[in-house]
Ligand binder design. Structure first.
Ligand code: PLP
Length: 218
């Protein structure tokens, strides 16, 4: 089923949209089934789980950290992580830079922006984003590359609300993209990726529509 689901989603999304297959809680065998279709981009939300999978799965997988970040765990993924989506402070950027430098790498980062009305969702305000992007300190962080923004919409079926939340982040993205060379807007999950793409998403994070429902809440 996994291969079929993946092909089906890929056939409906535009070429400029990157599909991150969210494999959290899923087994190595399930990931390999997706891998054998040619898919290489996978997302995890726990550092330890991602490290374990990285160690036992093929080297050419690009691992994306999509979960809420704990600064003390950045060091474990710094040797290999391809993109970190959930950056929500300058302190975290500084830590990623420090750890990336140790491995002579440059790590792609997305700043997580709060677009949902729910209090439970993480992310920075538009003001905090501006503070980071315009800070002089950013120029000293030579081992990170801010590629764009990541957002999570409210858990709702209200299509208009979803579209509004996504488009607010697209507007912010358009404001900064030329001056800061941004190319990635990570918006959309299984339930809302079609709306996200309509609103300008360039990267979707899809788990259950590929791998089936997860056994426990994550
Ligand atoms: C789990 C997760 C997803 C994927 O969710 P699905 O609804 O299973 O597609 C996307 N983004 C983040 C940040 C997640 O934690």
């Amino acid at each position: 089923m996994i291969a079929e689901n993946l092909e089906k989603i890929k056939s409906t999304i535009p070429d400029h949209v990157t599909l991150v297959a969210v494999s959290k809680t899923k087994s190595k065998e399930e990931i390999l089934e997706a891998y054998h279709t040619g898919h290489r981009v996978f997302g995890e939300n726990k550092v330890q789980e991602m490290v374990e999978k990285y160690q036992s799965l093929p080297d050419d997988i690009q691992w994306h950290m999509i979960g809420h970040l704990q600064r003390n765990k950045v060091k474990y993924m710094a040797p290999f992580v391809s993109m970190i989506h959930g950056v929500d402070s300058m302190k975290t950027l500084i830590e990623i830079d420090k750890q990336a430098k140790k491995h002579h790498r440059k790590i792609s980062c997305l700043l997580q922006v709060k677009i949902a009305q729910e209090d439970s969702k993480f992310g920075m305000s538009f003001e905090e984003i501006d503070t980071i992007l315009t800070s002089v300190e950013l120029d000293t962080l030579t081992h990170i590359e801010i590629r764009g923004f990541m957002g999570m919409a409210t858990f709702t079926q209200d299509i208009n609300q979803l579209a509004d939340e996504f488009s607010s982040l697209k507007t912010l993205f358009d404001n900064y993209k030329d001056s800061y060379n941004l190319d990635t807007l990570s918006l959309g999950m299984s339930g809302d990726y079609k709306i996200a793409i309509e609103q300008g998403s360039t990267m979707i994070r899809v788990g259950s529509s590929i791998f089936g429902a997860r056994n426990y809440l994550n």
